[in-house]
Design a protein around this ligand. Structure first.
Ligand SMILES: [Fe+2]
Length: 226
C-alpha cells in the first residue's frame, strides 16, 4: 500500500507558522509605503505585488519547507543582518532573521558562472515552489559578498523589483542603491549588479508574471559582459 504524504502529516499552513506570517506582513508594508519616486509604472508594480501577496496570504497557504541549504556566501549573512538591523528597513530584517534557519540558499543555475559561486545565492520566501506556496508572486532575498559582480541577466516575462535591505549596490553603473531603495526591472531588461568592497549586500526581491512564467523561471546570463 502506498502511503500518501497526507497520511503522514497534515499540511502545514501559514497560520501554523507565525514567523512567516509576520515576514509577509512586513513585505506587504514595504510594497505599500516605499516611495515610488513619482513613477506610475513603479507605483503600479508595488500595488500588484502587495495585492498578489494579500490574496495569497488570505488563502492560508500551504507551507512546504524547502530543505535548508547554505552556500559559501551565507558566511556573510550575519554581517548583512547586523548592518541591516541598524538601517531604515530594520523591521523587515528582524522578521527575516526569524526564518533564516529555514532558508534554502540556491544558485538557480545548472552551471554557476565562473567566479560567482562564492559571491552570490538567493532564497525564496514564497512562490509556486514554496516554501510558502503562493502562485501569483515570488518573494525572496538575494545575498552578495563584498566585491561581487552579478553578471548581466534578464528575466523573460517577469517584472522584478529589488529592495536594498543592507549594504549598497549599483545596477548597470546607473545609480547606487542603499537600504530603503528600490530597483525596478521590467521584463527582458538586462541588468548587472555590482557590490561595494567592504560589506555584503542583502536585497529583497519580488517577481510578478504569468503563472507559467513564474513557475518555469530560469535565470539567463548573456555571454557579453557590460
Ligand atoms: Fe534580476
Amino acid at each position: 500500500m502506498t502511503m500518501l504524504q497526507e497520511d503522514i502529516a497534515p499540511d502545514l499552513r501559514l497560520k501554523d507558522c507565525p514567523d512567516w506570517g509576520y515576514l509577509f506582513r512586513e513585505f506587504y508594508e514595504l510594497y505599500r509605503f516605499l516611495p515610488s519616486g513619482g513613477s506610475p509604472r513603479i507605483r503600479s508594480h508595488q500595488r500588484t505585488v502587495r495585492e498578489a501577496l494579500r490574496r495569497g496570504v488570505s488563502k492560508n497557504p500551504v507551507v512546504a519547507p524547502q530543505p535548508p541549504a547554505d552556500k559559501p556566501v551565507t558566511a556573510h549573512l550575519k554581517r548583512a543582518l547586523d548592518l541591516g538591523r541598524e538601517q531604515n528597513l530594520a523591521p523587515v530584517v528582524r522578521a527575516l532573521e526569524s526564518v533564516t534557519p529555514l532558508l534554502s540558499w540556491q544558485y538557480g543555475y545548472e552551471k554557476v558562472p565562473k567566479g560567482l559561486s562564492g559571491g552570490y545565492a538567493y532564497a525564496e520566501l514564497c512562490g509556486p515552489h514554496g516554501p510558502v506556496v503562493i502562485d501569483e508572486v515570488i518573494l525572496g532575498v538575494v545575498l552578495f559578498a563584498p566585491g561581487c559582480t552579478y553578471p548581466a541577466h534578464a528575466h523573460k516575462g517577469i517584472t522584478e523589483s529589488y529592495i536594498c535591505l543592507s549594504g549598497a549596490v549599483s545596477e548597470n553603473h546607473q545609480g547606487v542603491y542603499a537600504p530603503g531603495s528600490m530597483i525596478f526591472n521590467p521584463p527582458e531588461h538586462l541588468h548587472r549588479i555590482t557590490v561595494g568592497d567592504r560589506d555584503p549586500a542583502l536585497l529583497a526581491y519580488a517577481w510578478i508574471g504569468d503563472r507559467g512564467d513564474l513557475s518555469d523561471q530560469k535565470m539567463v546570463f548573456t555571454r557579453k559582459g557590460r
